[in-house]
Design a protein. Structure first.
Length: 278
């Protein structure tokens, strides 16, 4: 079996970032084996990749389940592929999409960027919105009316609640078992809590109970979905947003999302990655 690399994606230079496992081999293991490896690694996601023609077949597993797309594990995979095969772009065949990731070495870190699957969004049903507010202990007055609660997608389904202040974001807590049940019932991979520092810079926290993890310090898939949602509602993003995540976990992470004009089109998500085993 190939060795699992441990790479922190969306790092803040040589610190922070969200750890991901990266497995690269000649043929993907059976799904049950990949699930067991992901559980043993214990990170929020592990990416598994094997050659498929000129591209790579990729699947993602959290400790508890397979997920259709994971941004930070894709960034980690891009860093690993660039480290092994040189700086360039790599085509990735996911379960339900074809995307790409690129990697370029910069000293002790590797800059990586992915093109997400298409994005879409819809207003969150009032009942689910109220359940999520109650889960986190927020009131309707904590919500930013300029970014209404929504179900967002950029390769996987997420919910987003925009809060009025950084202080409200720092208060995030929830009952894990209840959150997991609610997310599974609603078909959500993560719940993103966001607050706008200014129109192009956001602070974010992501609950990931559905995947067996309380919180992710960096979530590229949700970042792509959120960027697509901002485009859908006509937010003045100026073509790109920067996301700061993981600060409340002591793992500051930096994500950039570049937003094209075409509604529903792919989002370019980028950041740096650092090898944790070095």
């Amino acid at each position: 079996m190939a060795t699992v690399l441990r790479i922190a994606a969306f790092s803040d230079g040589n610190s922070g970032g969200n750890p991901a496992g990266v497995w690269i081999g000649d043929v993907l293991p059976e799904a049950s084996r990949m699930q067991a490896i992901a559980a043993e690694v214990g990170f929020s996601e592990t990416a598994f990749a094997a050659p498929e023609g000129d591209a790579w077949r990729v699947r993602y597993f959290s400790p508890a389940m397979e997920v259709p797309f994971c941004g930070h594990a894709t960034i980690a995979l891009g860093a690993a592929l660039a480290h092994r095969y040189g700086d360039r772009s790599f085509e990735l065949h996911l379960n339900h999409a074809v995307i790409s990731v690129s990697g370029h070495s910069h000293g002790n870190t590797i800059a990586a960027a992915l093109q997400s699957p298409p994005t879409r969004s819809a207003r969150l049903e009032p009942t689910l919105r109220d359940e999520l507010l109650d889960l986190f202990g927020y009131a309707a007055s904590d919500l930013d009316a300029n970014i209404p609660p929504a179900k967002i997608h950029g390769g996987a389904d997420h919910a987003v609640l925009a809060l009025t202040s950084r202080e409200a974001l720092a208060r995030m807590q929830y009952d894990f078992a209840r959150g997991r049940g609610l997310m599974e019932q609603a078909g959500l991979v993560t719940i993103a809590l966001v607050t706008a520092e200014n129109p192009r810079r956001f602070h974010v926290r992501n609950a990931f109970a559905a995947g067996g993890v309380v919180e992710d310090p960096a979530t590229g898939a949700a970042a792509a979905a959120f960027a697509g949602y901002l485009r859908d509602i006509g937010w003045p993003h100026g073509g790109a947003i920067d996301i700061v995540q993981g600060e409340d976990m002591g793992a500051r992470s930096l994500i950039r999302a570049e937003i094209g004009a075409a509604k529903g089109s792919s989002i370019r998500v980028s950041g740096t990655a650092r090898f944790m085993d070095a």
